[in-house]
Design a binder for this molecule. Structure first.
Ligand code: NCD
Ligand code: ZN
Ligand code: ZN
Length: 349
């Protein structure tokens, strides 16, 4: 750990975020808006966000939940279903409503039932995206039940990612929430059109965290955390200075009752202290000088947008992560590291 006590960086963005809807949206949006200038909003609502109108009204609901005086821009995405209309996509992209398209292999993760079973069905969409320069954001896991859950990301590279990139040599792709050294190696060895997001929790936990003294539903997300050697590969990638890797929390809140049950939902809720968790990791890796590139510069460069024009300051001051957040309809959410202390805090402006 370095001796640095405070750091000021260009305001970061979160390139992968779930804010849900309704009372939960109202409870979680302020946490993200406090830290980040923009966030890529995942479209996996029920029903999924597939039209320009649905995205505009979802964006308005998010903006209504942003605290007064806080500048925060939600960047909307379209959920790639097998019937998504390429013309609707084009209209949304050209109007500045859709920033990207999200691909969920059907059945891979939370609310992915409307996803794609066979990529050949959506080739016309990929062609339109390639032509427009619109990024495809990929949940990179195969759904073949015969593949071990810890191998589903690595197998996805061979079975899906490599053929997809070969078929669409101009398509920009973000390999979302990478969890393995295989994915890191693949992204590093691919051209500039391939980027990847890395979550704070995958930098902090390995798969032992799911079973520490008993089953730990709040440590369960998809892709599931892997072995320690993979966590170390993610830490090396995030702190390497490579412009291919950028911040995406995949903060994915679920009510406590949906996590603590016989069949608990996948998703870890990191939004309340997201940038502080990353700061702690970069500090532990003696890489505070690279936090800004990962958090605030590499993402905008990949998406081809300007960096934020204001800054965020962090200080080496302990803070206790809240044990529980309660929202308007009485539901509770348990944040990642809830009840524990982390070593960095945002300096409130
Ligand atoms: C996400 C969710 O809850 O929406 N869950 C998760 O475990 N990451 C979906 C996703 O990003 O795969
Ligand atoms: Zn995902
Ligand atoms: Zn996600």
């Amino acid at each position: 750990m370095s001796e640095i006590k405070t750091i000021t960086i260009i305001r970061p963005d979160d390139w992968h975020l779930h804010v849900r809807d309704g009372a939960m949206l109202e409870a979680v949006v302020p946490s993200t808006a406090r830290q980040f200038g923009r966030a890529i909003i995942m479209p996996n609502l029920v029903p999924p966000v597939t039209t320009v109108d649905a995205a505009v009204s979802y964006r308005n609901r998010i903006l209504k939940a942003v605290p007064q005086g806080v500048a925060f821009e939600p960047l909307m995405t379209a959920y790639l279903t097998e019937t998504l209309d390429p013309d609707e996509l084009r209209r949304g992209f050209e109007a500045g409503v859709f920033a990207a398209v999200k691909l969920y292999p059907a059945g891979a993760t939370t609310n992915s039932e409307s996803g794609v079973t066979d990529l050949s069905i959506v080739h016309a969409v990929f062609e339109a995206m390639q032509e427009m320069g619109m990024p495809l954001l990929v949940h990179g896991e195969v759904t073949d039940p015969s593949i071990d859950i810890f191998d589903r990301e690595a197998v996805f590279i061979e079975r899906v990612m490599i053929p997809l990139l070969a078929d669409f040599p101009g398509l920009k792709v973000v390999f979302e929430h990478v969890t393995t050294s295989d994915a890191v190696d693949f992204v590093e060895s691919s051209g500039h059109r391939i980027g990847a997001t890395i979550t704070a929790h995958h930098l902090m936990i390995n798969r032992n965290a799911l079973f520490q003294g008993g089953i730990r539903p709040h440590m369960y997300c998809l892709p599931v955390a892997k072995r320690e050697k993979h966590r170390l590969a993610l830490r090396r990638a995030a702190t390497s200075g490579s412009e291919k890797f950028f911040l995406g929390t995949d903060s994915a809140p679920h009510p406590v009752h949906a996590k603590e049950t016989a069949c608990g939902c996948a998703g870890i809720f990191t939004a309340p202290t997201a940038i502080e968790l990353y700061a702690q990791v970069f500090d532990e890796e003696d890489a505070m000088d690279r936090l800004e590139a990962f958090s605030s510069q590499n993402g905008p460069a990949f998406y081809g947008v300007a960096e934020n024009s204001d800054t965020l300051s962090l200080q080496r001051v302990d803070q206790k992560v809240p044990e529980m957040m309660t929202f308007a309809d009485g539901e509770n959410i348990h944040p990642f590291m809830g009840g524990q202390t982390i070593g960095w805090s945002v300096v409130s402006s």
